[in-house]
Design a protein around this ligand. Structure first.
Ligand code: UD1
Ligand code: CA
Length: 500
């Protein structure tokens, strides 16, 4: 990788005014997401480490929304946006940007806002080639097996770049060229400006094509270079939904590879979706079909089992997240176990060694060290004391239709199965609550609370009942036989009567 030298004589212009017609979307192309981020954000982030003097984003279609996204990323490098309206082509876009380009800038890197696979290293290498070659323009090109509708790089017999010819203007011989224009360039500004001013809309779309500036520079005997990208995939744009899915796949694979390099095991990484800001510690194992989203932070030696979706989660060292857990904005403490099929909603705080089992939902509740709620429960606005055991089917009734109320369960408490805790209510340290209770009053520490109907056993009742039923059946049985005889003899007289 090239050392990134501060490029303070260089401005970067990102062209992002177009609509993206082929996506057939209400949303501007550059706002579509790939790899967990809007594609323009990924492009801007690839540019930022170059430490250019400025990043300018040309906006047009959905200008406000696109500008808002760009400006919000401007913390490190100043990001300015400039509106191009109407959009009259890539050359016009750069003409519009001219007035915002710093007077001190000598070079400009121009790139489209829809190429999210481009790496910082590739941009840095382009800039380096341009400087070393003392070129007026350096094009990043790529060799594609299928050049599709890309503009082609036309070279002369000595291999020098002559022009970029758009797909619609190709001669039959030029159509065979497989070296394409990525629309990523570096220009020396004093050489570019006169050509830009001379662009004419003499083409099928009646637009000002930036690509026409290449032939103009050559006509002025300026040096134009084209550097072939070592990875052709890097220059692919997101023109269609299929392109978008392809870019997403590559970005996800890069993120998975980054985690694996840092010591995380991922099985079937092509099935795993990890957002860019997610971190995970060494020896953590991520199983197939897992999604780790937002700002999720996972410690070391964790197991994130198949089908789990974790969003803005913190998972501490050694925790186990069982299959198909769905968790958001919560914390799973060190060595804690959650799932399978657990649901953590915002504010669940599962402390060290605690267990949350299958079909348990926890919201805005602290489950203290070593406490367990292993089956079929809802814990909301609650505090569960250290070592407490919450029986299967326990429900905190936290909502009275108007407001939410708290349930406090002390240290070492035992809550029997199928208990309803009607909040606000407290159960003191060491207390027991009998199964099936509806607890509406506080339970003192070390007490046993029973809050259910008292059981009555009626001895011999069942046996007597069976005898009664048997007696009642005798006459009923004989009359039934008559009835069935009548019913059967009518529709099928021959067969039945012969047998009898
Ligand atoms: C352009 C190139 C083509 C190259 C291809 C690579 C031209 C004339 N052609 O074609 O040689 O192979 O990119 O992807 O440049 N934009 C504006 N304002 C405009 C028009 C476009 O900001 O008035 C922006 C778009 O939002 C987009 C970028 O410029 O991000 C490229 O424009 P697009 O229309 O996609 O150009 P292509 O037809 O793909
Ligand atoms: Ca394009």
């Amino acid at each position: 990788m090239l050392a990134l030298m501060a490029a303070n004589d260089t401005s970067i212009v990102i062209l992002a005014a177009g609509k993206g017609t082929r996506l057939r979307s209400d949303l501007a192309k550059v706002l579509h997401r790939a790899g967990g981020r809007p594609i323009l954000e990924t492009v801007i982030r690839a540019c930022q480490p170059l430490k250019a003097a400025q990043i300018l984003v040309v906006v047009g279609h959905q200008a406000q929304e696109v500008a808002a996204l760009a400006e919000q990323l401007g913390a490190q490098t100043p990001i300015q946006t400039i509106v191009q309206h109407p959009q009259r082509g890539t050359g016009h876009a750069l003409q519009v940007a001219k007035r915002a380009i710093r007077k001190s800038a000598k070079l400009v890197i121009v790139l489209p806002g829809d190429a999210p696979l481009l790496r910082t290293e590739t941009l840095a290498a382009l800039l380096d080639t341009h400087r070393r070659g003392e070129a007026a323009a350096t094009i990043l090109s790529a060799e594609l097996a299928d050049p599709g509708a890309y503009g082609r790089i036309v070279r002369d017999a000595e291999g020098r770049v002559q022009a970029i010819v758009e797909d619609t203007s190709l001669t039959p011989e030029q159509r065979a060229i497989r070296e394409v224009n990525s629309a990523i360039y570096c220009f020396t500004l004093e050489k570019l400006w006169p050509c830009l001013a001379a662009l004419r809309p003499e083409n099928a779309h009646r637009e000002l094509y930036l690509t026409d500036a290449i032939a103009m520079l050559r006509a002025r005997n300026e040096r134009v270079l084209a550097q072939i990208a070592s990875d052709a995939n890097e220059v692919l744009g997101c023109n269609t939904r299929a392109d978008l899915a392809g870019a997403d796949r590559v970005l996800r694979a890069r993120k998975a590879a980054e985690l694996m390099d840092s010591g995380v095991t991922i099985y079937l990484p092509e099935t795993v979706v990890v957002d860019p800001d997610v971190t995970a510690g060494p020896d953590t194992v991520i199983e197939p079909g897992v999604q780790l989203l937002g700002k999720t932070r996972i410690g070391a030696h964790c197991q994130i089992r198949t089908g789990s979706i974790l969003h803005d989660m913190r998972v501490d060292d050694g925790a186990i997240v069982g299959p198909h857990t769905n968790a958001i904005a919560s914390r799973i403490g060190p060595g804690a176990t959650v799932g399978p099929f657990a649901r953590l909603r915002p504010g669940a705080d599962i402390r060290a060694g605690a267990h949350i089992g299958n079909f348990v939902e926890v919201k805005k509740s602290v489950v203290h060290e070593g406490a367990k709620a292993n089956h079929l429960s809802y814990l909301g606005d609650a505090s569960i004391g250290p070592g407490a055991n919450i029986g299967a089917g326990t429900i905190t009734c936290n909502y009275d239709g108007i407001a939410k109320h708290e349930t406090k369960i002390g240290k070492g408490v035992f809550i029997g199965s199928d208990t309803a805790l009607v909040a606000p209510v407290r159960v003191g340290d060491g207390a027991y609550v009998a199964a099936g209770s509806v607890i509406t009053e506080n339970v003192p520490a070390d007490a046993l609370a029973l809050a259910r109907g008292r059981q009555v056993n009626k001895l011999g009742w069942a046996k007597a009942r069976r005898r009664e039923l048997a007696a009642a059946k005798k006459p009923a049985k004989s009359s039934k036989r008559h009835a069935s005889h009548r019913a059967k003899s009518k529709p099928r007289p021959r067969a039945k009567s012969r047998r009898r």
